[in-house]
Design a binder for this molecule. Sequence first.
Ligand code: SF4
Length: 342
Amino acid sequence: MTKSIGIPRGLLFYNFSPLWSSFFESLGMEVVTTSETNKGIMDKGASKVVDEACLPVKVFYGHVAELAGRELDYIFVPRLVSIEKGSYICPKIIGIPDMVKANIPAKSDFLSPNLNMRAKENHHQFLKEIAELMGENFNRVQKAWRSAMKVQQKYELDLLQGIYPEEVFFKSETLDNSGDLNILLLGHEYNLYDDYINMGIRNKLKQMGCNLITSNQVPKYVQQVESRVLSKRMFWTYGKSLLGTARYFREMPGNKGVVILTSFGCGIDSIVGNMIIRYLGKMKIPYLNITLDEHTGEAGINTRIEAFLDLLRWRREIDENNISAYGEYLGNHQRYAGIYGS
Ligand code: SF4
């Protein structure tokens, strides 16, 4: 009989879902993913988790709770400790298998293999554990993984070219990039691509004339190089990615700004977000920092976005009006130089 496995649509789902789905399908399993996040899912999650948890964790709980009542063989909640050499994932994500198992009684078994590539960059141990937990042949598991990796590589290439996950998952129409402002939308993938969590911010920005760029459109090696500016190497994978992307964005031409999506109660965001804000301040790149939790009001977000975009367009007008007939820039820095006498 075909075995089935449920994959919750939360946390690193947006990073690795093609890999996981294709892997289990190659093993001949039926893969069930939860629907997009909605109020019911979030409320269910929030009622089962400690108050201090960040919104993405609450949402993840809700997705697991959705699967918990279904007749499945497994629910896939891997313990992702490290996904690359020398770095770690967030402590809450590391601990999530124990947290959900303790709080959500499920009809099926949780499949929670350990992925830790901090010391050695290969998946051998992880796959071995999956084979043991599922009673599968190890060679078959390895083969399924190799073919799933190809699907994942194609997905990452699609994201690099500006295609959004839902376009890959649901084959919807590609949004065009014909706006007059270049906006870097910076945040963890579950904040960027879960439209319930971010209140549809990508569509809002698009409708207001923005071209969106995310960290997924910046190659990983560029992010790595850009994040090396710190005196001490950052050991959070996604912190490095966000910082590296923010630094890379300084090269982006045109009228631009950064919208940072952070999660209330997130330790990593409170440190990395602050570093990014300081850096953007130094580079004189305008930014808007939006902190998300389940109480964030959509009307307030709309007002802040509108004001931020007005500011960017106003800056452009000021700058354009300060070019003399001879092409000499008469903008702010000359004026400030006059004021401060330097
Ligand atoms: S990185 Fe931050 S937002 Fe993401 S799960 Fe960890 S605490 Fe939550």
